[in-house]
Design a protein around this ligand. Structure first.
Ligand SMILES: [Zn+2]
Length: 131
């Protein structure tokens, strides 16, 4: 039995994001890509985050981008297009309070734009609203 995937798909990691993170396959939908990018943040896979970011918008990524303690992912809705796709999600994280006063779970709520680049889905940027 392998553990269930970080992206909360309910599937084992070995049959979900690990296939993409290990490079055995590339996600063929924006939602699968988004889920695998979440798992890359959780597992600290910077090369994967770079590979799946549009070259025009990819920032300089370093280990500071991996400090967040992600707890779970909730995909709200996604719209798969031919060249452009949109995924709305909440990525939950644990926010450590100062002075060891426990932690609070908060969510990053984002509507993300994905585009096809060289026949592969890549993350472009957040959107302000559904187009
Ligand atoms: Zn997964």
């Amino acid at each position: 039995m392998s553990a269930s995937c970080y992206c909360c798909s309910g599937k084992p990691f070995s049959q979900c994001c690990e296939i993409y993170l290990s490079g055995k396959a590339y996600p063929n939908t924006a939602e699968a890509l988004m889920r695998s990018r979440y798992s890359a943040y959780v597992t600290g896979n910077l090369p994967y985050l770079r590979k799946t970011w549009h070259p025009d918008t990819c920032p300089e990524l370093d280990s500071n981008d991996l400090q967040t303690r992600w707890t779970r992912l909730e995909v709200i809705k996604s719209k798969q297009g031919l060249k452009k796709s949109i995924v709305e999600f909440k990525a939950w994280f644990s926010d450590e309070r100062e002075g060891g006063a426990g932690s609070e779970e908060r969510a990053l709520h984002e509507i993300s734009l994905f585009k096809l680049n060289k026949k592969r889905w890549v993350y472009v940027s957040p959107l302000d609203a559904w187009p």
